[in-house]
Design a protein around this ligand. Structure first.
Ligand SMILES: [Zn+2]
Ligand SMILES: [Zn+2]
Length: 242
């Protein structure tokens, strides 16, 4: 079924991109779907209002959309979540808001990259630090971190290495964040991506938003994405062969 691009939905995206709180309120009142994503093709979409406001650092719009129940798990067609977009741009305040509303810190994009890797790749040290405090696993796959990027990301990498050495992880309930060892923190049995110091922390995190994210954090390859990924991998292989 073709997606319709009603005026209300279009206005919502426009207002979110332009940081207009009033515009977002009006569009929602006019019946816009809060998680509307304009799909252009199998591999390209506009991203939701929350995705765009997160990427552009419109903090007040992000707050409003989260309050209204926007999905922190819904991905743009190129596979980023709002948390990846905010981390990629080094927008620490937005990163924090998204995680406080249930976004999974170790959510993966189609290349298995986490928001921590996105922030590290551009050496946003404050964002890297905050993600680690929020329980991101101090571990990287070097998806898009080529050697030059690694050089310029040294301060971020140092932080990650320090956390790795302590062998301490953190409770993924953002209201808690208590450090603990792998053995003492219990994994969410369903997604196996979040871990908690206690049953209470798990229940609290579930109710602030993990309920909506659990199970949506591992990217499942659709055919369009597979094509996109193989093209990107070919390009990377060519660049390395030079
Ligand atoms: Zn806890
Ligand atoms: Zn879970």
């Amino acid at each position: 079924m073709a997606e319709t691009f009603s005026d209300a939905n279009g206005s919502l995206l426009y207002a979110a991109e332009n940081g207009s709180v009033e515009g977002v309120k009006m569009a929602l009142k006019a019946g816009a779907h809060i998680d509307f994503d304009h799909v252009y093709s199998q591999s390209v979409s506009s991203g939701t209002a929350l995705y765009n406001a997160s990427m552009l650092g419109h903090v007040d719009v992000v707050k409003l959309l989260l309050r209204k129940g926007a999905s922190v798990a819904k991905r743009i067609k190129s596979s980023f979540t709002p948390l990846h977009a905010a981390a990629y741009e080094g927008l620490t305040e937005v990163v924090d808001l998204l995680v406080q509303h249930g976004a999974t810190v170790d959510v993966r994009d189609g290349f298995q990259n986490t928001p921590l890797m996105a922030a590290c790749g551009h050496n946003y040290v404050d964002t890297v630090r905050r993600l680690l405090e929020l329980g991101a696993r101090p571990y990287l796959t070097h998806g898009y971190l080529d050697e030059r990027a690694l050089e310029s990301s040294r301060p971020s990498l140092k932080l990650i290495e320090e956390v790795k050495k302590t062998k301490l992880l953190r409770c993924c309930n953002p209201k808690c964040g208590k450090p603990g060892y792998r053995k003492t923190l219990k994994l969410c049995g369903r997604c196996k991506l979040t871990r908690y110091c206690s049953r209470d922390c798990q229940i609290q995190h579930w109710s602030v938003g993990h309920k909506k994210c659990c199970g949506h954090d591992v990217y499942s390859d659709d055919p369009a994405f597979k094509l996109y990924k193989s093209m990107a991998e070919t390009m990377m292989a060519c660049a390395h062969a030079k």
